[in-house]
Design a protein around this ligand. Structure first.
Ligand code: G1P
Ligand code: ZN
Length: 543
């Protein structure tokens, strides 16, 4: 075994997006592509000597090959110890949990989250820091800059390591510890939730379906929900992680999980259902006949948090990404706790949690979590709902109606326009930005614009500013339209438009959101000429 220094030249475009570097598998399969990025991560950090790293991924195609390369590079770069999930499997929340529990220096997550997998799908890599959360922008920027000037990488010529069984081996001076991917995470869940109450719920005949979409949540959900909490075998479906996710698009939204949505409308529907994404950090919550919006889910969890053992002491504060609906703001106001509005992307919540300013947070994109880790956590959200149903004896539907009756309903929907030509998408955003200063005071249908800007976030902890985080147009009645371009797509540009309006009247709480939002959708078209720029008369995905 020896360490080699291999000459390389830089690749264009290795810039991490909203959540790490994501590209088509064939891009990652190019010689030196992954190596350059991994060396750039290591070069952007302090020396790895004496340090522990955590490594794992969602099991998608290229995971195993990438893991062997990263092990050899970590060993060559002087890393002391690396903890790796058996068979290279670790959910994103489990990586965060392990980094914190074992006080690791950081972790590498191999996932493209909810993007499709397989040889023709996407692959991704993300670095998490010692608080267990995604690297902040100053680190991702340093990594990107390093990729532009890199001339060599270090790698051991050691043979492949068997990661199929727990145990310890060595490579160069590095210890490789293969661990059971589930047990530390399960222990953490046991400490937060009332497992006895959930066990009684299942023992009483409560029925649930959890669709793991042949992605990484399967092993976690079967162990915790079936083996430990006593749900019948078969409660978790699509529970085996597959390299191509069985052809599923592992993004838990009503479009991709349409089978589950349809099943929840049949007479055979169980009491409760949920779905998770590729790396198990996202969740979708369903009741009989309904899909809850993530924004409502966050607000309801916040409103009831003190009924959960892990949050019995109350919430320090809450946070949501800017495009997420303001439903949780109403809960925070009533609880008299702060509510922070951050840019899209989980990395912005980390500082608030580290500073003890927030306990719960979430995004409209099916992400919810708390300060137990520094990532969003799909199974945590599902267990939270189970615990809530167990202690209140109420269904998802009943809890949602009760919430809207008390706080009013924030109708919400996101419209995505995928694979738009990049120049057209940029032109739309540019034209919109140029219009902003003229919008306040203008009337559209029954509403007047009160504020129109490009969201800029001033981090209250480290005082850094993040500019151009999405165009928002606010109206006098609390309605909002937000426009931004996706930072995670891999083909062309994806334009996301987020719509929200507030309805205090209980008699109007059962409308179809698309109908409740129709006048706002027409206003967006009028202001931004979406059809003109995109050439599309309708969005490709509505959630
Ligand atoms: C999307 C979501 C965002 C989430 C991110 C990573 O990013 O919109 O909320 O944090 O995936 O899961 P986007 O493609 O919009 O940049
Ligand atoms: Zn994910």
């Amino acid at each position: 075994m020896s360490v080699q220094t291999v000459s390389t030249t830089s690749f264009a475009g290795q810039e991490p997006g909203t959540s790490g570097l994501r590209k088509r598998v064939e891009v990652f399969q190019q010689a030196r592509y992954l190596e350059n990025f991994v060396q750039s991560i290591f070069d952007s950090l302090d020396s790895l000597e004496g340090k522990t790293l955590v490594l794992g991924g969602d099991g998608r195609f290229h995971n195993r090959a990438a893991i062997q390369i990263i092990l050899r590079m970590a060993a060559a770069n002087g890393c002391d110890r690396i903890m790796i999930g058996q068979n290279g499997i670790l959910s994103t929340p489990a990586v965060s949990c392990l980094i914190r529990k074992y006080q690791a220096y950081g972790g590498i997550v191999l996932s493209a989250s909810h993007n499709p997998g397989g040889p023709d799908g996407d692959f991704g890599i993300k670095f998490n820091i010692s608080n267990g959360g995604p690297a902040p922008e100053k680190i991702t920027q340093a990594i990107y800059e390093r990729t532009l000037s890199i001339t060599a990488y270090r790698i051991s010529d050691a043979p492949p390591v068997d990661i199929s069984r727990p145990g310890t081996t060595r490579m160069e001076n590095m210890e490789i510890v293969v661990i059971d991917p589930v047990s530390d995470y399960a222990e953490m869940m046991r400490a937060i939730f009332d497992f006895d109450a959930i066990r009684r719920l299942f023992a009483g005949g409560f029925r649930m379906r959890l669709d793991a979409m042949n992605a990484v949540c399967g092993p976690y959900a079967t162990r915790i929900i079936e083996s430990e909490l006593g749900a019948p075998v078969g409660t978790v479906v699509h529970e085996v992680p597959l390299e191509d996710f069985g052809g599923h698009h592992p993004d838990p939204n009503p479009v991709n999980a349409h089978e589950l949505v349809a099943y929840m409308k049949t007479p055979a529907a169980p009491d409760f259902a949920a779905a998770t994404d590729g790396d198990a950090d996202r969740n979708m919550i369903l009741g009989q006949g309904i899909v809850l919006t993530p924004s409502d889910s966050l607000a309801i969890l916040a409103a009831h948090a003190t009924r959960i053992p892990g949050y019995a002491g109350g919430l320090a504060g809450v946070a949501r990404s800017m495009p997420t609906s303001t439903a949780v703001d109403r809960v925070a106001a009533e609880m008299n706790i702060p509510c922070f509005e951050t840019p899209t992307g989980w990395k912005f919540f980390g500082n608030l949690m580290d500073a003890g300013k927030i306990t719960l947070c979430g995004e409209e994109s099916y992400g919810t979590s708390s300060a137990h880790i520094r990532e969003k956590d799909g199974l945590w959200a599902i267990l939270f709902w189970l615990n809530l149903i167990a202690v209140t004896g109420k269904s998802v539907n009943a809890l949602a109606s009760q919430h809207w009756a008390h706080y009013g309903r924030n109708y919400y929907s996101r419209h995505d326009y995928e694979q738009v030509r990049e120049d057209k998408a940029n032109a739309l955003m540019r034209a919109l930005r140029e219009k902003l200063s003229a919008l306040p005071g203008k009337r559209y249908a029954t509403r007047a614009v009160t504020l129109a800007d490009d969201f800029c976030y001033l981090d209250p902890v480290d005082h850094s500013a993040s500019e151009n985080q999405g165009v928002r147009i606010l109206f006098s009645d609390g309605a909002r339209i937000v426009f931004r371009l996706s930072g995670t797509g891999t083909v062309g540009a994806t334009l996301r438009i987020y719509y929200e309006c507030f309805e205090p009247d209980t008699r109007k709480h059962d409308d179809d959101p698309q109908i409740a939002l129709a006048s706002l959708i027409a206003t967006a078209q009028e202001i931004a000429d979406i059809a003109g720029y995109t050439g599309m008369s309708a969005p490709t995905v509505i959630t």
